[in-house]
Ligand binder design. Structure first.
Ligand SMILES: Nc1ncnc2c1ncn2[C@@H]1O[C@H](COP(=O)(O)OP(=O)(O)OP(=O)(O)O)[C@@H](O)[C@H]1O
Ligand SMILES: [Mg+2]
Ligand SMILES: [Zn+2]
Length: 155
């Protein structure tokens, strides 16, 4: 059964489609949705069939009355590199684009190495090379440590 049948349409807002299966809750974290901040309807669909994703499964998040800034979209790319951002206006798809992790990540995540210069209180922004896009693997430009648990190290 498709996600369209499982989730009601929204009038205005954003659909985050083709999320790597299992990452929907991390997407909610990036969106900052929690018991204190939620102020519009959020629909979360996990583990629905997708012919687009290799695994065959995806998650989908739909948030009413919200459009995402670039910083938020870039963070989603770090945990769900195949995600599609769909802007809904008056029930229709007004705009649709793929997230793009790029080759280089600046200022979105912190290095997981406590001894890294970027964690020593110096005014140095963390920077990473993207060494794999799917699954996303980042390597710190300063200490070369690979960032494994990206969702727990987002800024
Ligand atoms: N009014 C709406 N409310 C909620 N979700 C919507 C609405 N309109 C479209 N969507 C969702 O937005 C996504 C993109 O819609 P679209 O009609 O472009 O689907 P599609 O043809 O499957 O696109 P794609 O090729 O990107 O998978 C789908 O997940 C669809 O369920
Ligand atoms: Mg589709
Ligand atoms: Zn580092």
């Amino acid at each position: 059964m498709s996600e369209e049948i499982k989730a009601a349409p929204i009038r205005n807002g954003t659909v985050i489609d083709h999320i790597t299966s299992g990452q929907a809750l991390n997407v909610l974290k990036i969106l900052g949705v929690n018991e204190n901040t939620i102020d519009s309807t959020v629909i979360v669909v996990m583990h629905v069939y997708s012919k687009k994703l290799e695994s065959g499964w995806k998650d989908v998040v739909k948030i009413e009355d919200r459009e995402l800034d670039q910083n938020t979209v870039d963070k989603i790319a770090l945990i769900a590199p195949q995600a599609t951002i769909v802007i809904i206006r008056d029930y229709y798809v007004a705009n649709k684009f793929k997230v793009d992790i790029g080759n280089h990540v600046v200022g979105l995540a912190i290095c997981s190495n406590p001894d890294c210069i970027t964690n020593k209180g110096e005014p140095i922004e963390p920077e990473f090379d993207v060494i794999s896009k799917n699954p996303p693997v980042l390597r710190c430009m300063y200490c070369e440590r690979k960032l494994t648990n990206i969702s727990d190290n987002l800024l």
